[in-house]
Design a protein around this ligand. Sequence first.
Ligand code: G3P
Length: 218
Amino acid sequence: MKFFIDTANLKEIQEAYDLGVLDGVTTNPSLMAKEGIKGDANVRAHYKSICNIVDNNVSAEVIATDLENIIKEGKELAKIDDKIVVKVPMIKDGVKAIKKFSSEGIRTNCTLVFSAGQAILAAKAGASYVSPFIGRLDDISQDGLELIAQIRQIYDNYGFDTEILSASVRHTMHLIQCAEIGSDVVTCPLNVITSLLNHPLTDSGLAKFLADHKKVNG
Ligand code: G3P
């Protein structure tokens, strides 16, 4: 399973990359705004900085919502770097744009997916990745992980090669259950990745090993 980090913060991206387990980055307009990045030139420069840290798979989201402008903006984003994946919302013109990008070899991530039907549309249009939002479904008392399982089964039934990129992953149990279901990718904040390190028995076991070593070696 690939690990993407869901942030536009360069320090966090570098920290996850340095851990040696990072396969990509997802951003969205809210995450870019959180970093105070504004204006087309600054946005593009920021995406380039992200691409300079990681090896591949940097999702850059279009702001446009009509076909002509999604295509125009997506092509501009794709020109920034070969690592860019154009992130397109699950709307009618978004699906049309994904089909067009896919026919031109531009990789896409279909975002804001909340149902199996939307995931089928994204795959049929040729999306490279589909992003179902687990946490936001849980927030409205629907089972986000159940949606991941449903999409996994449907994609396997038909051999769709769109990768399931589980998003809005809020904690380690989400991540682990995504792995059990067979999600191709998870994207999550840095703290979810680093929380995977934690176990009290690891801490107490290491303390005991070091104490026993010190008893003999001084
Ligand atoms: O990748 C989508 C993600 O940014 C949404 O996460 O926690 O805002 O629902 P969240």
